[in-house]
Design a protein around this ligand. Structure first.
Ligand SMILES: [Fe+2]
Ligand SMILES: [Fe+2]
Ligand SMILES: [Fe+2]
Ligand SMILES: [Fe+2]
Length: 437
């Protein structure tokens, strides 16, 4: 832990313990795992940009086919959740495009491994990791050592994933109503791979499911979430998780965000380390510091929706590109309100680009509306971003960063007291900001 080397201004210390702070409320959280999986899928669906419901559609298909196959209700729910989470190793729009362009793609293995690793790190989701690991492997190539149940689940996801991709391709040149007439043609394009790519038993289940008009109608956005929650609500899995688990969930999600672009590699993780260290200097303890760390991990989760081309652009952004980028705090809020209700997380992340002088976005709030945690998150976000390579410039050194941030402070954008504290610890904070795993 970093030890304060300067006297803290009185204003900072006052901010350290607001009267309405009730850290005992956050000793852990009750999480509805189905809701969490659904929210994660919705966040991941942002990656598709043009095709925004792939994960949820694949999940629902898996659940419905599992029912046709006579799987137990618990296994149907497992199929739904595995399907919703199956592409959690994909966070770049480029990889998403390649995965939807052909039946098999030689680069698919990478996101299977990433997804497996990410899910394994969050205990309540670790049970879905094995099937995600093998969800692009041909049925004929699945090793018997994988285990019969995992093989079936992985191949079910592969099959539904490919059916969804074929369907999406069809819909690029036909209205949705044509789908009902084309359903068996679409199925036949998969059935030719029976025994090689797909298990014939699973194909029979799909064939049975696609007879029902409802199978197709439920995949439309009007019905999709209601159908998903019909399955989830029947087998609600609400669990009490420790704050350690909550932080693992935060780490799981931040990996997805940080993997989106090489330029944002570890950004969220390092912002989390910085707010935690600065929180330590300010005397934040226990849950307050943990929650702030979580906010650091998740503040940019809405950037999943920002196209790679914008994140990686080598020159200045156009006005439209800038507006597109500037919506991410609102997208982050939308996700975190569902995941962590009754915490300040959604508020903190939605305000992380606000400025004390009211010139920030998206709300244009002034200093009175921004609590100390938000100001700290903003400060650490800027400090870390400046210490990282960007497509248009190399990483800056501490003195250069402080020159830029001094200008921002003088312009009334940053909290002056927090800035002074950061400045006094600039070397330690810089080491944290640029640390590599
Ligand atoms: Fe995939
Ligand atoms: Fe997929
Ligand atoms: Fe941001
Ligand atoms: Fe950020």
């Amino acid at each position: 832990m970093v030890v304060p080397s300067v006297d803290l201004p009185a204003a900072l210390l006052r901010g350290a313990d607001p009267a309405d702070w009730q850290p005992q409320r956050w000793t852990g959280l009750r999480l509805d795992l189905g809701q969490v999986a659904h929210t994660v899928a919705r966040a991941l669906d942002y990656v598709g940009v043009d095709d925004r419901s792939h994960g949820r559609r694949v999940g629902l298909m898996c659940g419905r086919v599992a029912a046709e196959l006579g799987w137990s209700p618990a296994r149907q729910t497992e199929a739904l959740i595995t399907g919703m989470l199956h592409d959690c190793g994909v966070s770049s729009t480029d990889m998403h495009r390649k995965l939807t362009a052909s039946m098999e793609w030689s680069g698919a293995e990478e996101h299977c491994l990433k997804g497996h690793a990410a899910l394994s790190g969050f205990d309540p989701f670790a049970c879905y990791a094995p099937a995600v690991r093998w969800h692009h492997t041909r049925w004929a190539n699945l090793s018997p050592t994988v285990g019969a149940e995992t093989r079936m689940m992985a191949n079910l996801v592969f099959l539904c994933d490919r059916l969804d991709v074929q369907t999406a391709v069809f819909l690029t040149s036909h209205p949705p109503v044509d789908l009902l007439q084309a359903r068996f043609t679409l199925f036949d394009s998969l059935a030719v791979h029976a025994g090689l790519l797909f298990d014939p038993v699973l194909l029979a289940g799909v064939r049975q499911a696609i007879h029902r008009d409802s199978f197709w109608l439920e995949l439309q956005d009007d019905f999709l979430d209601r159908a998903i929650f019909e399955i989830l609500d029947a087998h609600s899995q609400t669990v009490d998780v420790s704050f350690g688990d909550v932080l693992s969930l935060g780490a799981f999600l931040s990996q997805i965000v940080d993997a989106k672009s090489p330029f944002t590699r570890q950004h969220s993780l390092r912002v989390a380390d910085l707010v935690e260290a600065m929180g330590g200097l300010l005397g934040y303890g226990g849950r307050r510091r943990d929650l702030l760390r979580l906010a650091g991990l998740l503040h940019d989760i809405g950037k999943l929706r920002t196209p790679d081309e914008i994140l990686e652009k080598g020159g200045p952004l156009s006005v439209v590109e800038r507006d597109c980028m500037r919506r991410h705090p609102m997208d982050s809020k939308l996700i975190l309100i569902d995941l962590f209700p009754d915490t300040p997380l959604a508020r903190w992340v939605s305000h992380h680009h606000e400025k004390i002088n009211g010139q920030g976005y998206p709300y244009g709030l002034g200093g009175n509306d921004l609590d100390q945690e938000t100001r700290l998150l903003t400060l650490c976000d800027i400090f870390q971003a400046l210490s990282q390579n960007r497509p248009y410039r190399n990483r800056l050194q501490p003195a250069e960063i402080m020159t830029i941030m001094t200008g921002m402070r003088e312009n009334g954008e940053l909290d002056a007291d927090l800035f002074a504290l950061l400045d006094a610890h600039r070397e330690e904070m810089y080491r944290i900001a640029i640390a590599e795993d």
